[in-house]
Design a binder for this molecule. Structure first.
Ligand code: NAD
Length: 460
């Protein structure tokens, strides 16, 4: 078990707590390298039984969170679920040993029977968050709810208000707040060692194949079926900016569009599917045959047999399912590049950029303070002390154990959620629905700005 550090006391002891304190470079070096306390190592109240959970939507994320119960069976037990796809339903039921009467086809059925678990984990597609969240709250469930909260600001507000009225604990899966890389940056900013925070730049390089998989062919391609890109993908980034800066956002402006993945850019001889004998397939970077069949990448939304040759099933899914479609002949409408300019209280500025056309993933961040800066890429952090010119480097592996997805964030969030529920204490959570409202508000306002072509006051 890693030592647990009391950051505030330690910073006081080295005389570096107040913002603007002169840079003590040993303190900066220590904070950059020091192990982070791990939510999975913190004492967990011993319960006389594990908390019980129902999963709504046994897809990729549903299985991720359910996986926690296999690793920590004393904390969590999955006792029911809803999933319309028979293949996924059978696989999930077997893996978690779910009683037949607690296996449902759609989320609505969960609420036709009396409450039978402590919590519900909502991992349905974006347009199916509002319905199950509202029903679950009415029945007194606490909720782990995937982001984005819902599809409109009004729906988000309804969920938050009902959660407050019912005193339910609702955690939103902003898992990056739990990722050690961003927690380390937050520590450094909050220590005051960078002086006064002046500005932040954050870039999300989506990576071009990821873009084609999720936002052209896949689940998040279409605003009506999911959300605008800023909410569907980048609400994590807006949440990170708000959390790291720690102040309300005043104004936003945004530009962006869908420029490339449209019918006008379809190469001559292209066909509706890559498997239809497309004349451009061999040279196309987005060839579904290359991505899914030859390289066997990006298969986490494919329902494949666990054993034997998966090739024939992949080919069949490419001929019949969404992922075999030509990227220039889809029903996508979400942007492939977008920038957002943000002004926070105390004149702190931020610039965010979501980019589809990169060869790499992994967020890039630059924090600018009056006495120092940080540059990072989700692995390496480089801090510079302006007074001494000292440059301190650290890597996420030096200060964290990474036991789950999103740099260890996934299970950290689940653990804090369970702790908050068992102690009836939402303060245990970094990402309550109340806290997540700010990034969603920024997202909806920025989208207004992009569409209407004007600067928008966040609370106007
Ligand atoms: N926190 C994160 O970093 C993160 C990452 C990826 C996705 N997400 C969010 O998680 C959610 C799920 O994404 P995913 O990647 O797991 O998608 P997915 O498609 O793999 O899983 C969703 C599941 O819900 C099921 N479903 C559809 N209709 C249903 C209904 N009426 N009742 C019950 N289940 C139903 C689908 O069949 C599917 O199995 C989305 O809201 C997405 O935006 C969050």
């Amino acid at each position: 078990m890693k030592p647990s550090w009391n950051r505030r006391e330690w910073l006081k002891s080295v005389g570096a707590f107040a913002a603007g304190t002169a840079l003590a470079s040993p303190a900066l070096k220590r904070i950059m390298k020091e192990p982070l306390d791990d939510p999975l190592d913190r004492p967990f109240p011993s319960l006389d039984r594990p908390l019980t959970a129902i999963i709504a939507g046994a897809g990729n994320r549903g299985n991720t969170y359910a996986g926690y119960s296999l690793k920590f069976p004393l904390d969590l037990k999955i006792v029911g679920f809803a999933e319309p796809i028979p293949f996924r339903r059978n696989r999930f039921a077997q893996k978690y040993g779910i009683d037949l009467r607690n296996q449902f086809t759609t989320w609505e059925e969960i609420f036709k029977v009396p409450k039978f678990a402590d919590v519900i984990i909502i991992t349905t597609p974006d347009h199916l968050h509002y319905g199950p969240a509202m029903e679950a709250l009415k029945m007194g469930y606490d909720i782990l709810l995937e982001k984005p909260i819902a599809q409109t600001w009004q729906q988000c507000t309804d969920i938050m208000n009902l959660a407050s009225k019912k005193k339910s604990i609702v955690a939103i899966c902003h898992v990056l707040r739990y990722a050690p890389f961003f927690r380390k940056i937050k520590e450094v900013i909050d220590s005051g060692l960078l002086g006064r925070l002046v500005s932040v730049q954050l870039m999300e390089p989506v990576e071009h194949i990821h873009m084609s998989h999720s936002f052209v062919r896949g689940n998040w391609r279409n605003t009506a079926e999911s959300n605008p890109m800023l909410l569907a993908k980048s609400c994590h980034d807006l949440d990170l900016l708000y959390w790291l800066i720690g102040k309300p956002c005043r104004r936003v402006s945004s530009f962006g569009s869908l420029t490339w993945f449209t019918k006008e850019h379809a190469p001559t001889g292209s066909t509706a599917r890559c498997t239809d004998g497309c004349a451009a397939e061999k040279e196309c970077p987005y060839s579904a045959l290359k991505i899914y069949y030859q390289r066997r990448t990006w298969l986490h939304h494919f329902d494949l047999p666990a054993e034997g040759d998966q090739g024939p099933t992949i080919l069949h899914l490419l001929q019949t399912g969404p992922y075999g479609r030509c990227v220039y002949h889809c029903d996508n409408d979400v942007v492939d590049h977008q920038v957002v300019m943000l002004e926070f209280d105390e004149a702190i500025t931020a610039a965010f950029s979501m980019e589809a056309f990169t060869s790499y993933g992994g967020r890039r961040i630059r924090i600018m303070g009056s006495m120092g800066d940080i540059v990072g890429d989700e692995n390496d952090l480089i801090a510079t002390n302006f007074k001494t010119d000292e440059v301190i480097r650290s890597n996420v592996k030096e200060y964290a154990s990474l036991v789950s997805g999103h740099g260890g964030g996934d299970y950290g969030l689940v653990r804090d959620f369970l702790r908050a529920v068992s102690e009836r204490e939402p303060k245990q959570l970094l990402t309550t629905v109340q806290e997540a409202m700010e990034s969603h508000l920024i997202g909806f306002r920025a989208e207004e700005s992009r569409i209407e072509g004007r600067i928008v006051g966040v609370r106007a």
